[in-house]
Design a protein around this ligand. Structure first.
Ligand code: PLP
Length: 420
């Protein structure tokens, strides 16, 4: 079935403003059913969680629905879904929760390709616990992060291997299953940063071998809310400081205070929306908040609703991947044809995100020049600080980043290339 980008764009009314968004790696526009779900909770009778009355039961249902949605998105057990303000906050939660058992002589393995959110919490906790940090290096000539980079680092004293499922700078997708198998062979825990990957690839946390996998919904048409998934038994082994009266049960133990019910409803709506991407037709827009904590009919297409959501998500994300890959080739071909543009190397088959520099122009100037023409790209290090330091580019402004998202069109790619 062809990928119906026009239908998808219609579901993002903000695109009508006319900007060309190549900034999805920093955050996407939300889909309209997501905005409606958030507004539906804020405008509806939703109390704090209690079983005593219906608006309180709605809040309970909203939380359950969001855990189920995260489970369907990632192939995870809903009972092991922990929500948090951001991926960064959740990595700190996990790192603090694991570090208490580390001892001098242990080590943690981090990479120079990762976003700092999956680096610095481990480095800082390692320093606090007197534990060695070992760095897995990417190949600067290719942008690859091979399993071989981990082999000399991981041993019986390795407590954690923290690795990205996809680079937010150059799109590299490391062989996480092989890296996880290596780590597990030595009894280490594998923490996977899925923030960039989740927007572009079908995800199965079990197939990845991730003990923890973190994602942020604002990178895939959702609200500013993150989730970290792990097996409930893994969370049981993770420590957490909490208030006396609050639940010690998994996963609630890790979610301090009252959750944002509106963002949780938006999270569910975003997963429901992603599940529609490979189907023809128009999302049903009859959505009204129901007692199950979701919008009636939101994002569900006629004839498609009978398939389980997990199956629809996987099909949709496979369709997204092939659509985005084709557009990305057009973008890369165009960039590489310009003698003044230096494209930073990345292996084929990664996520559709490229970093480049224009000769004689610092990256911030290039981004501003494109921004003046309504083309949204980021410049700098985008928090991939170790990557840009290793490439020797951090001091001189990093690079310009352009990413394809599933609402990007070939016309927008051509517009970016022409503006450059
Ligand atoms: C790969 C990657 N990891 C982690 C993060 C941090 O996510 P959050 O903003 O939810 O903390 C980002 C954000 O840009 C990212 O791209």
């Amino acid at each position: 079935m062809p990928f119906d980008v026009a239908r998808i764009r219609q579901a993002h009314p903000a695109l009508a403003e006319g900007y060309a968004h190549f900034d999805g790696a920093a955050g996407t526009l939300v889909a309209e059913p997501v905005a409606r779900a958030v507004a539906g909770v804020l405008g509806g009778a939703v109390s704090n969680r209690t079983t005593a009355f219906a608006p309180g039961r709605r809040a309970l249902a909203i939380v359950d629905a969001a855990r189920a949605a995260a489970g369907d998105l990632l192939g995870a057990d809903p009972a092991g879904v922990v929500f948090g303000q951001s991926a960064t906050a959740l990595v700190y939660t996990v790192a603090r929760g694991l570090a208490g058992t580390w001892e001098p002589g242990d080590n943690v393995v981090v990479t120079r390709l990762d976003h700092d959110a999956n680096v610095r919490p481990w480095v800082q906790l390692a320093s606090a616990m007197g534990v060695e940090v070992r760095w897995a290096a990417f190949d600067p000539a290719t942008g690859a992060l091979p399993v071989a980079a981990f082999e000399p680092l991981v041993d019986a004293r390795t407590r954690v291997v923290a690795v990205t499922a996809a680079s937010n700078a150059i799109g590299t997708v490391p062989d996480v299953p092989a890296i996880a198998a290596l780590a597990h062979g030595f009894g280490a825990v594998v923490h996977v940063d899925g923030v960039h990957a989740t927007a572009h690839l079908p995800v199965d946390v079990a197939a990845l071998g991730a003990d923890y996998y973190v994602t942020s919904a604002y990178k895939w048409s959702g609200p500013h809310l993150a989730a970290c998934v792990a097996a409930p038994a893994q969370w049981e082994r993770t420590a957490m400081l909490k208030l006396l009266p609050s639940s010690d049960a998994v996963p609630e133990r890790f979610e301090l205070g009252t959750p944002s019910f509106e963002l949780l409803a938006g999270f569910t709506a975003a997963v429901d929306f992603l599940a529609t991407l490979d189907d023809a037709g128009t999302p049903d827009d009859t959505g009204t908040l129901n007692d199950a904590g979701t919008l009636d009919g939101a994002g569900v297409l006629d004839g498609a609703a009978s398939r389980p959501r997990r199956e629809r998500v996987l099909r949709s994300m496979a369709a997204v991947h092939s659509y985005e890959t084709r557009l990305f080739e057009r973008l890369l071909d165009g960039l590489r044809s310009m003698p003044a543009v230096r494209v930073l190397p990345a292996p084929a088959g990664g996520c559709p995100t490229v970093s480049f520099r224009v000769a004689g122009e610092d990256p911030a100037t290039t981004a501003a020049r494109l921004g003046d023409q309504g083309i949204c790209v980021f410049s700098g290090d985008y928090y991939a600080a170790e990557y840009f330091t290793a490439m020797g580019l951090r001091e001189t402004g990093g690079a310009v980043r352009a990413g394809i998202y599933h609402y990007t069109t070939a016309d927008e790619v051509d517009r970016l290339l022409a503006a450059l």
